[in-house]
Design a protein around this ligand. Structure first.
Ligand code: ASP
Length: 363
């Protein structure tokens, strides 16, 4: 697998190398302006995006390459019923690398399993968003000078916020990390993040509903929007949508060097009055995203990460268990095998390789 599907596909060393490369690109842009001459990137976005798609496109152009693709499912053959696997096979005839965003969890993995070119997960449903995590890590490392010994608060929609899931997974690799999870009960992190990441890696974490009470402890505050499009109950969204709003008054309680991140788009969870506060780093984060994506495209086209995929180490069970998550790609992709990986085989705990929904296997 020469793709980036999950942030844990990359080791800490891989991430350090990407950060070093992105830094060199910022310092010496001329060195890279021809590196992808003759190469093509497909941006295939079945869900809305501004930053991710355009920063991928800007990244490829700045490397001297070309871009083609679509920005909504209705303008692709998906609207005629084409499967993700077939679309990916067809794209392989035209391009060298694919960046895919899809509302179904696991869709980029399906694409990657069907082609021999790199596929980048540019966001799959409420599941993962590894390249946003690279932008987050790059920004933290530039702003704080380190990725260890940090207290990181995640605030807002921790249930559906895919960027939160991927960043928590990435932080499990670093030392001295304290995680503060700030959300309403209804929007707590999903169980796979809690059990397969936070508990499995013995991470130091607390859960709270109060931003005011915890803001003073944080080095990083990662704000998120409430993900309206993932709610099946619109009344619930209406009730929760204004759960947290970061205001200048709340910022007064924060450390003078706390860094505010947000994957964007912002709805109303950060007052625009904070934009001029030197601690507001979300627009820098959007710029950093372009450089780290340039670094990633270069590495993937070089054939890096060939043997990195974690599934290889796990016990796999094929078509014995069925995934019942309505947001999983197994619900729409024709003839896709239901594959589960053993995450705690002794206790019969398996997870769908596409969406990580848990199943218990009784032997
Ligand atoms: N842009 C981020 C994402 O695609 C965050 C968001 O949409 O709220 O997940």
């Amino acid at each position: 697998m020469r793709s980036l599907i999950d942030i844990l596909d990359l080791s800490v060393q891989d991430i350090d190398e990407l950060i070093a490369l992105a830094t060199d690109i910022i310092e010496n842009p001329g060195k890279y302006s021809d590196k992808c001459r003759g190469k093509k990137l497909a941006t295939v976005f079945y869900e809305p995006s501004t930053r991710t798609r355009m920063s991928f496109e800007a990244a490829m152009y700045e490397l001297g390459g070309n871009v083609l693709g679509f920005s909504e499912a209705s303008s692709s053959s998906a609207s005629k019923g084409e499967s993700v696997a077939d679309t990916a096979r067809m794209l392989e005839c035209y391009v060298d690398i694919i960046a895919m965003r899809h509302p179904k969890e696991g869709a980029p993995l399906v694409a990657s399993n069907n082609v021999n070119i790199p596929v980048i997960n540019a966001g799959d449903g409420g599941h993962n968003h590894p390249t946003q995590t690279l932008a987050d890590l790059f920004t933290i490392s530039r702003e704080k000078g380190r990725l260890n010994n940090l207290t990181v608060g995640f605030c807002g929609d921790l249930k559906y916020g895919r960027t939160v899931h991927s960043l928590i997974a990435a932080l499990s690799r670093y030392t001295g990390i304290k995680i503060v999870l700030i959300s309403p009960q209804e929007l707590r992190i999903p169980s796979y993040v809690e059990y397969d990441i936070l508990k499995k890696y013995n991470m130091d974490y607390v859960e709270t509903e109060s931003l005011e009470d915890s803001i003073g402890d944080l080095d990083i505050l990662y704000m998120t929007r409430i993900q309206r499009e993932r709610f099946s109950d619109f009344d619930e969204y209406e009730r929760l949508k204004d759960s947290y709003i970061l205001t200048p008054e709340k910022m007064e309680k924060a450390k003078s060097d706390m860094c505010v991140l947000h994957p964007l788009p912002r709805v109303n969870e950060i007052s625009t009055k904070i934009d001029k506060d030197p601690r507001a780093c979300y627009f820098k984060q959007a710029l950093n995203a372009k450089y780290i994506r340039m670094a990633l495209i270069l590495k993937l086209l070089e054939g890096a990460y060939e043997n990195n995929r974690t599934e290889k180490c796990a016990e796999l069970v094929v078509n014995e268990l069925k995934c019942t998550n309505p947001r999983c790609i197994t619900t729409t992709e024709q003839e896709l095998d239901h594959i589960f990986k053993g995450t705690d085989v002794e206790n019969g705990i398996y997870r769908c390789i596409y969406c990580e929904k848990k199943k218990t296997r009784i032997k």
